[in-house]
Design a protein around this ligand. Structure first.
Ligand SMILES: Nc1ncnc2c1ncn2[C@@H]1O[C@H](COP(=O)(O)OP(=O)(O)OP(=O)(O)O)[C@@H](O)[C@H]1O
Length: 310
């Protein structure tokens, strides 16, 4: 299937360097996602993850290349693409309801107050904040603020939800609960999501695809890991799945060693055909179209298989 809902096509980002030259953060980056997929980007600090997300959001422009979303090249920001940052960025003088309603009104300017309120309330309920509608951000915990950010993002029914380490400032318990919420909502609503994380387990729990970037400057998308765990995985027993360590070890090994040595050791890397890796999955899959038909046949652990993202 070649349904590219998001298509990042050969983007680069360069900045003026010291001494009049240029620093290339990343170059010739190609990446695609299907509608309803959850993608996570993993890579070391400075490789350009936030830059890629900002370009997708329309907050930054690539020095080369283009980004196509739902068949249209993106130009600037759009209510089709909602961003959730690490810091919640709520309006401090507005209540929970006021913050969400503000976003709703910016999308549907001709809606009357009752309609805006009912719509905002639906998303406040969805993220578990029923009863806190009239609290201001200063009266909320970090996790609650982030829930408001999620409700606000979802309330404008974006085509893509973009998240830049949304849970990294939260304690482990709250982070886990919010991961569960985001996963549930994305599965229930078919939301397409693109998220940056440094947390390997978070990526394995949430993502369908995990994009591995090498170290910058001059970073490249080295591999796309297709999550071999079943869709109905749970956070608590994730580590008990027979394929869990295969996928986890693969990603950790990339971060610990291959992300640093990639440029020197992989001489035939084709940025347009980045290897798609399925750790632990048997060597059955060749074409993306064939995947659905074999999806049910999870085996015991085998070695990783690769194809190309096409
Ligand atoms: N406006 C700018 N001018 C010059 N360099 C910049 C600018 N913005 C970002 N950079 C550089 O681009 C590189 C990539 O930054 P980016 O924030 O995208 O990395 P990241 O992978 O998200 O890092 P982290 O994991 O630490 O958040 C960094 O080296 C950063 O210093």
């Amino acid at each position: 299937m070649t349904d590219k809902f998001i298509s990042i096509e050969g983007i680069a980002r360069r900045y003026p360097g010291a001494g009049g030259g240029e620093t290339t953060i990343f170059e010739d980056l190609w990446l695609s996602m299907k509608r309803g997929e959850f993608g996570c980007v993993i890579g070391h600090s400075g490789c350009g993850k936030t830059t890629v997300l900002n370009i997708l959001a329309g907050l930054d422009q690539p020095s080369a290349g283009a980004v196509i979303v739902d068949g249209q090249a993106i130009e600037g920001t759009s209510l089709d693409r909602a961003v959730i940052f690490q810091s919640h960025a709520l309006l401090p003088w507005r209540t929970v309801l006021g913050n969400v309603a503000y976003a709703v009104t910016s999308k549907w300017r001709n809606w009357d107050r009752a309609k805006v309120k009912a719509h905002a309330q639906k998303f406040i309920d969805l993220v578990g904040l029923t009863g806190s509608e009239h609290k201001r951000p200063s009266e909320l915990s970090g996790g609650m603020k982030q829930r408001v950010g999620i409700a606000r993002a979802l309330s404008i029914t974006p085509k893509i939800m973009l998240m830049d380490e949304p849970f990294s400032a939260l304690d482990a318990l709250t982070r886990g609960t919010l991961q569960d919420e985001v996963r549930r909502i994305c599965l229930e609503t078919g939301q397409t999501a693109f998220m940056i994380t440094h947390d390997v387990d978070e990526a394995i729990y949430l993502a369908d695809k995990i994009f591995l970037m090498t170290n910058g400057p001059g970073a490249v998308l080295a591999e796309i890991v297709e999550n071999p765990l079943p869709k109905d995985r749970g956070r608590i027993d994730l580590h008990r799945h027979p394929l869990y360590y295969a996928v986890r070890n693969h990603i950790v090994d990339f971060l610990v060693s291959r992300s640093k040595t990639f440029a020197a050791t992989v001489t035939d890397h084709d940025p347009r055909n980045v290897p798609v890796v399925r750790p632990g999955k048997p060597e059955l899959v060749v074409a993306a179209d064939a995947e659905d038909s074999i999806e049910a046949s999870w085996p015991s652990v085998a070695r990783p298989t690769t194809s190309s993202q096409g």
